[in-house]
Design a binder for this molecule. Structure first.
Ligand code: GLN
Length: 476
């Protein structure tokens, strides 16, 4: 049963939403025992919402237009849900229950979505394998092989999306690839929208100039439905774009006519052969559907994207994390010593090693004396990267590449990687993020029983085109 059918059945009272939600929660608990996808299962909230929906149906209230009525939505831990612990996967935020809903949650609830829990992630989004979970959190395991990574940082989000047997959509977040990457490793669709298309109000920041909230789903129809729900201007968020959003669901049946795609040459260098092969098969499918393709070069973004991204992202992260001092949010410890002593104690014992590495790196990059050479330089390269993309989008509707250079690795393999080698997993996804461009992971099949994803990138605000192209894979 697809999500549309499900929503209609709920509206027509053919499914008892309270009974259904009980089953959903039971399944989440069962999955979680084995796979660690949810930091919190918000059972109380979910059942309360279900009961309210049941009441509305009984009282014949107007529910006709509610697009997500009764649909389970899981939420990356870094997105605030009122009265539900929202810790961004960090022990320093343990116990933090927001007094408000993020705008995306408010919008999803207005459409009747049921919030089932907070998904596991790398602490504050710092990672590509979801192994940098904060102290006292659990590492999510790949749905196809428990010895392997779900990708990151929205690892739990992608995992539960693949594993849930009930109608479900997820909200993920990407700073440098955290929607596309885990979607690729878990074999689901993941859409990272244009920067500013979706409000970040209520998102626990990683890097403000890069963060985007976006949907993940087993089908692209579901992704389109949630994207439609959460898009748009928000008075509370000054970087949201003041333009109406498209009806993204309409793009799932739109005919492909005169579409031209650029195949990014450099993105196929230095990648796993199996990923290469599957991506080429995906491209062939597009060509068979009438899409014209041409090889293009994207030098600057592929060569300098990673360095630019890590300078910008850590610089912003290091300032964002300054507010966690054990006083305002989350964890607090016995008040002792002067402020500096207390602050040091709380931060030393509650941030993980990776968070500390990024604070040090980011602080260095924007320190006086180094600022021009690192942070300011990175902002300039960012402009160049945007320009190179913009030039290509004058000629092409979208660009195509693999999403991740490798198949999901084993945890034992990740342990052997240096931090820099870990950062390199983002080689392909960072640049669209640096440029604020919408991009979509499309599952193209399996190699060694592990999913492979292909990345489609489009010009700003062209999410519809991505959905249109990705839909070819849904139908196939
Ligand atoms: N892996 C990248 C990083 O560690 C991207 C993470 C993200 O998008 N949140 O920064």
């Amino acid at each position: 049963m697809d999500t549309y059918e499900f929503v209609n059945k709920i509206k027509n009272n053919e499914i008892d939403i309270v009974e259904h939600t009980h089953k959903v929660i039971e399944e989440c608990k069962k999955i979680n025992k084995e796979y660690n996808y949810l930091n919190v299962i918000s059972e109380e909230l979910a059942l309360e919402q279900a009961k309210n929906i049941k009441k509305s149906i009984k009282n014949k209230e107007n529910i006709k237009n509610k697009k997500l009525l009764g649909v389970a939505v899981s939420v990356k831990d870094s997105i605030c849900v009122k009265n539900v612990e929202s810790a961004a996967g960090s022990r320093i935020l343990k116990g933090y229950k927001p007094l408000f809903d993020a705008t995306v949650i408010k919008k999803a609830k207005e459409q009747g979505a049921i919030i089932i829990g907070k998904t596991s992630q790398d602490e504050f989004g710092f990672g590509g394998f979801s192994v940098n979970v904060g102290l006292s959190f659990k590492i999510p395991k790949n749905p196809f092989d428990k010895q392997r990574s779900c990708g990151g940082s929205s690892g739990g989000t992608a995992g539960i999306t693949q594993k849930a047997s009930f109608p479900h959509i997820a909200l993920g977040e990407s700073t440098g690839g955290s929607i596309a990457e885990p979607s690729s490793f878990c074999g689901v669709f993941g859409l990272c929208p244009t920067y500013g298309r979706v409000s970040r109000y209520g998102l626990i920041d990683y890097a403000n100039s890069l963060d985007k909230i976006g949907p993940m789903g087993k089908s692209l129809q579901e992704v389109a439905l949630l994207q439609e729900t959460i898009s748009g201007f928000d008075q509370n968020e000054s970087t949201t774009i003041n333009k109406p959003a498209d009806n993204y669901t309409d793009f799932t049946n739109k005919k492909i006519k005169n579409v031209k795609i650029g195949i990014i040459k450099e993105a196929f260098e230095n990648i796993d052969n199996k990923v290469n092969k599957k991506t080429l098969e995906g491209i062939k499918k597009l060509e068979e559907a009438g899409v014209k393709t041409e090889e293009v070069s994207l030098k600057m973004p592929i060569k300098y994207g990673l360095a630019t991204y890590y300078m910008l992202a850590t610089s912003e992260a290091s300032t964002n994390l300054a507010k966690y001092c054990g006083m305002r949010y989350g964890i607090s410890e016995k008040l002792e010593g002067n402020f500096n002593e207390y602050f040091t104690k709380v931060r030393s014992s509650n941030f993980s090693a990776e968070a500390k590495r990024r604070i040090i790196l980011g602080t260095f990059a924007r320190m006086s004396g180094y600022r021009d050479a690192y942070y300011i330089k990175a902002t300039k390269v960012r402009t160049k990267i945007v320009e190179e993309y913009k030039k290509l989008f004058k000629k092409y509707d979208a660009l195509i590449s693999p999403t991740v250079p490798i198949l999901p690795p084993k945890f034992s393999e990740i342990e052997k990687l240096t931090p820099l080698q870990q950062y390199m997993i983002d080689a392909i996804t960072v640049s669209p993020n640096v440029a604020g461009l919408p991009h979509l992971n499309v599952p193209v099949g399996f190699e060694n029983n592990l999913p492979v994803g292909m990345l489609l990138t489009a010009d700003h605000l062209e999410e519809g085109k991505l959905i249109q192209l990705g839909s070819l894979f849904e139908k196939n």
